[in-house]
Design a protein around this ligand. Structure first.
Ligand code: TYD
Length: 208
């Protein structure tokens, strides 16, 4: 594989989507081939699984079933989109990847860590992102950003403050576990300030 795989992680409302777009634009201006994608989603199977997940109340779905669906979507996404693009030399930027399964289905919904890692091994083997940016912000800020952003909030958006805190801690933990590929970025402050920090990290880790 010649391309690079960059993932963005963090709780709901931390501003991942904005930063994904800013990074993609910056890399394109450097003349690099760039593709933005997301999970669950990114291709036909993934987007259908995303719809299924978003249309059925998350609290109604068995957590292990949810994890299986996330990894089914991920397997297809990886085989059909991520790997081929990387083989062509693309910088693939993904809004969420398997750290989200470790946090949402694992830490929040209590599917054991080993079970999630077993699903990871079966579906994508030893594949890992080249870089994971974890956007970290206190739950009051993410809740405020969410309420200002959307007219219709889904059940994940309506997570209670303590659940936002659990998710935040969960991502801090994945950053520790996967420390060689993860960087936690303080996501309070202006979009441009946050982006400047991210660009510095990408420059140092992947472009120098
Ligand atoms: P998100 O990507 O934040 O998009 P939106 O802008 O529509 O809110 O939402 C996707 C939701 O899916 C998010 O709440 C986290 C959840 N999710 C999981 O529970 N497990 C996973 O493995 C992934 C990738 C996402």
């Amino acid at each position: 594989m010649t391309g690079k795989f960059i993932t963005f992680e963090g709780g709901d409302g931390v501003g991942k989507t904005t930063q994904v777009t800013l990074l993609a634009d910056a890399l394109k201006t450097l003349g690099l081939k760039v593709k933005i994608t997301r999970e669950p989603g990114g291709n036909m199977v993934g987007e259908k699984i995303r719809c299924l997940m978003k249309s059925s109340s998350p609290s109604a779905m068995d957590p292990l079933c949810e994890a299986l669906l996330m990894f089914a979507a991920r397997r297809d996404h990886w085989v059909k989109l991520i790997k081929p693009l990387m083989d062509e030399g693309y910088f693939v930027i993904c809004d969420r990847f398997y750290d989200s399964s470790l946090v949402y289905q694992g830490v929040l919904k209590k599917v054991p860590f080993e079970d999630i890692m077993a699903l990871k091994k079966i579906t994508i083997g030893d594949f890992e992102p080249d870089l994971t940016i974890i956007l970290d912000v206190c739950s009051d800020v993410s809740i405020e950003r969410l309420s200002g952003r959307k007219l219709i909030l889904d059940e994940y958006d309506l997570l209670k403050k303590n659940e936002h805190d659990i998710i935040r801690k969960g991502f801090q933990k994945t950053a520790e576990i996967f420390s060689s590929r993860s960087v936690v970025v303080d996501a309070a402050g202006s979009e441009q300030k946050i982006f400047a920090k991210i660009m510095k990290i990408v420059q140092k880790r992947l472009l120098d």
